[in-house]
Design a protein around this ligand. Sequence first.
Ligand code: HEM
Length: 92
Amino acid sequence: GDQGKQVHSNANSKAYKTYSKAEVSLHNKRADCWIIIKDKVYDVTSYVEEHPGGDAILAHAGDDSTEGFYGPQHATRVFDMMEDFYIGDLQN
Ligand code: HEM
């Protein structure tokens, strides 16, 4: 079901923003890589070189990576890891 809007704060009191698709699309390279997963935006720049799946994480850099992210290659622990990279929500 619809879980509604996420609260824009966490235990670290980070302030989160809302980003347009156009803005996210500017971050489409190895040295500046944002990905969208289920309408949330993740800055994975610091993780690109560490990613066990290598450059697969770049396949939809700056764009929707939901399908690749939920592929069979990812164990459930990845769902916890991703929170470290969350920077905000996609504007709707
Ligand atoms: C926040 C984003 C991501 C994180 C934290 C992440 C993390 C990981 C981790 C930890 C693994 C090793 C397997 C495991 O422990 O489950 C992995 C493997 C893999 N990932 Fe990602 N991943 C991310 C995004 C993506 C995206 C967007 C794709 C797009 C297709 C992708 C493709 C792959 C592939 C193909 C493998 C398999 C590598 C192999 O077994 O040879 N990942 N990822």
